[in-house]
Design a protein around this ligand. Sequence first.
Ligand code: FES
Length: 109
Amino acid sequence: MPQYYARHIFFCLNERKAGEDSCALHDAQSAFDHCKSRVKKEGLAGPGKVRVNKAGCLDRCAGGPVAVVYPEGTWYSFVDKADIDEIVDSHLKRGEVVERLVLPPDVGR
Ligand code: FES
């Protein structure tokens, strides 16, 4: 049975209290906005295609800002809009993981 979305990307936009480092402090909101607009512009958004969603803390704050793509379960740590463009063009469009941005498996909170 086909999945409702072929790919789903979640961006942590969380700001941790008590001054702890968090994705929100690394401008995760701009990355999310940029991804959403690129996906729309490329005609990738919608059922059977791609969905871009906000998320709370994904508990991998030490690698922040982070995003995760399903169904592959590929975790990314990104720096700027060029990184987001590469995730959109390579992974969300063609299903090719952007290896240089993959979050190492041992990065947690
Ligand atoms: S604040 Fe983003 S993963 Fe925890």
